[in-house]
Design a protein around this ligand. Sequence first.
Ligand SMILES: *Cc1c(COP(=O)(O)O)cnc(C)c1O
Length: 362
Amino acid sequence: MSSISTLVSQLVRPEILALNAYHVPVSAGMVKLDAMENPYQVPQSLREEIAAVVSGAAINRYPDPNPLALKRKIAALLQLKSGMSVLLGNGSDELIQLLAMAVNKPGTTLLSVEPSFVMYKMIATFLGMRYVGVPLAQDFSLDMSAMLAAIERDKPALIFLAYPNNPTGNAFSAADIKQIIAAAPSLVVVDEAYYAFAEDSFVPHLAEYPNLLVMRTFSKLGMAGLRLGFLVGSELWLNELEKLRLPYNVGVLPQLVAEKLLDHHDVLLAQAEQIKQDRSLLLQELSAIKGVKVYPSSANFLLLRVARAKEIFEGLKQRGVLIKNLHGSHPMLQDCLRVTVGTPEENRRFLEAFNETITQLA
Ligand SMILES: *Cc1c(COP(=O)(O)O)cnc(C)c1O
């Protein structure tokens, strides 16, 4: 009889054997500024409303596979035009997977830019799909000649553009994105995970392009724990994707809680507004530190370039502050760190630990 490890290596696809599992660091007890979460809870009165809704939930039943009330709230919030619809996912990560599965004919290419959100490439790998990552320009804007050349050469079926981009924080030029949508034979998905912190959106442009869908998530707006993402665009696209969606992908509790929270979307947007203000303050404070380059951000985090990223990351960790070390993740992110904007108190503790660390390293 073969050993388990022999069987595993015989039967599991080699590209999966070669992967490292998505690493989530231990964060208990730390100032957690690594994952773009909203640092605020909702007000007590709203938490009590949520508790009441949850206590009445029919958790003995399967969830509604087509929660119309929730979808209508999302559609109203986004002012979707007729013919446009909403597809719900277990986080937008699941929607990336559905999209890739839908177009994954043999030899098909998924295209994105680099550095960007790592799940695009990971999911292509999971599905055995060809992946092309077009490097951004040095200032993290779209390298349009490289993009258009890659589109022409690789004829991708699917393009993801994060707008604003993670981990760089900038929003690409809308005119550039429009040019890509117009030039590409592909389905183009504009990923607006950070819409609450950004100044612009492609939702109003949905009707202008037959090959455009917009993806959003509530994760960065204070519902990361619920796992709820959604895709909006023409029903003709979404109807096909619906066929691939596992029937009960969004549970009873996330459906109910999200509906309740969307009734108080203004509360969440006010928190996002506070985070945007604190982002400016944090950017100012960090920019004043010698040897630190801070990139402009339209999201709820800042990208920094420092002299010794790994040492600073470790120094912060020793002082109880967890951020993201991007050094080594992509050549363009050499000595880069990413910090999520927290509460004013968390930002103060981060800056304090940052200053202590660089003083110690000097
Ligand atoms: C965080 C993030 C997501 C993932 O969102 P979930 O809904 O939590 O799965 C998607 N796209 C980008 C660009 C992100 O930064």
